[in-house]
Design a protein around this ligand. Structure first.
Ligand SMILES: NC(=O)c1ccc[n+]([C@@H]2O[C@H](COP(=O)([O-])OP(=O)(O)OC[C@H]3O[C@@H](n4cnc5c(N)ncnc54)[C@H](O)[C@@H]3O)[C@@H](O)[C@H]2O)c1
Length: 347
């Protein structure tokens, strides 16, 4: 399959390219970026690709040499460029968040269906090795029936983009669409879905913008999801100085905790098992998680599955983010979640 990357910034260079390079079934043929230095960075990775300043130039000149458009643009540019890629009859891999609200989401789902093209949001945390292994342990019944989970995701400020464009775009609502909920919140919800399947019924949330000198967007979110009888408590903060993620899942027979590359499984009356699973949550490129994304995308293309699981999940996430805001504005009261994707199931 031939891939063109639109937006050659941090995630394209540090996440997608290292994964593509390991594969013989994907060939990067073109890159679009308006910034000369970024096109030069792409040419340092691949000497034989075409580089373009605009997406329109690429589609005009080189469309026949592309099967998949990989959108690695700042969030606010996803909608318009995904539409353009689908209109050109291409399959689309799009960085997360796919779009910024449910109206945009439903519009894109409809277009992808009409065009019979695969639209695949890059929910790569589903393929993080420690999360995949923890899901396996839960599904194997190691901790009995899961009852409670607590995720603590601590970031160090708003992540910067490449210096040659607008490195602080995440602090600007026009470009990012939101703060920590749409960034780490999306990932945490995707992790919960991977671990537990199904979908949550309601949310209670408190979001805050505490370090206003940094950004007006929310930098703290603490929310609880009522998830098919389980309670999932998620705390997100970008107020820290070292990025860290901790996940703890408690069940009737034991518990699992995940801290970066280490999983600890403690089952009642048995010694704690330490399982080393190289995952590197603290490396924001997450290059070693992308092969799972690409495998699943290629499988959807092969089977003509126009409802890839992460596409369903993207709708669920947007519903949760929207209701988190309502809940927080109403003192943390519980809000019902309406998005129950008909085909929510494990990838
Ligand atoms: N899946 C992950 O783990 C992960 C990690 C990091 C970022 N992301 C996502 O990737 C996306 C990009 O983030 P980033 O950190 O790479 O940003 P970035 O700022 O590093 O890169 C953005 C790139 O887009 C280019 N660009 C700007 N306008 C353009 C246009 N109109 N056409 C083509 N190129 C254009 C810029 O020149 C820049 O090179 C975001 O949606 C972000 O949420 C995902």
């Amino acid at each position: 399959m031939k891939v063109a990357i639109v937006g050659f910034g941090f995630s394209a260079e540090k996440g997608h390219i290292p994964a593509y390079r390991e594969r013989s079934d994907i060939h990067v043929t073109a890159v679009v970026d308006p910034v000369t230095a970024r096109r030069a960075a792409a040419l340092r990775q691949y000497q034989n690709i075409r580089v373009y300043e605009t997406f329109d130039d690429l589609l005009e000149e080189y469309s026949d040499e592309i099967d998949i458009i990989d959108i690695c643009l700042p969030n606010a540019f996803h909608m318009e460029n995904v539409k353009r890629a689908l209109a050109a009859d291409k399959h689309v891999l799009c960085e997360k968040p796919l779009v910024l609200n449910k109206a945009e989401y439903y519009e894109l789902v409809e277009i992808a269906n009409q065009q019979k093209r695969i639209l695949y949001p890059c929910h790569n945390y589903k393929f993080a090795p420690a999360i995949v292994h923890a899901a396996y342990l839960i599904n194997s019944g190691e901790i009995g029936q899961p009852l409670f989970a607590s995720f603590n995701i601590f970031g160090a400020g708003f992540q910067s983009g490449v210096p040659q464009w607008q490195p602080d775009w995440r602090k600007n609502k026009e470009l990012s669409g939101g703060g920590i909920m749409i960034d780490h919140g999306l990932d945490a919800i995707s992790v919960a879905q991977t671990l537990f399947g199904g979908s949550p019924q309601r949310i209670s949330a408190h979001t805050r913008s505490l370090n206003q000198a940094e950004s007006q967007l929310e930098d703290l979110a603490v929310f609880c999801l009522d998830w098919d009888g389980k309670l999932i408590n998620i705390s997100l903060s970008s107020l820290g100085s070292i990025p860290k993620a901790y996940y703890r899942i408690q069940g009737t027979e034991g518990e699992i905790s995940i801290e970066n590359n280490d999983i600890f499984l403690s089952v009642k009356d048995q010694p704690v098992q330490h399982i080393f699973v190289p995952t590197y949550f603290d490396d924001p490129g997450h290059a070693n998680w992308f092969n799972g994304v690409i495998d699943n995308l290629l499988d959807c293309i092969k089977t003509g599955n126009t409802e890839p699981f992460p596409l369903m999940e993207a709708g669920l996430v947007l519903d949760i983010v929207e209701k988190a805001n309502y809940s927080s504005n109403n003192g943390g009261s519980w809000m019902g979640l309406e998005f129950t994707a008909k085909s929510l199931q494990m990838v």
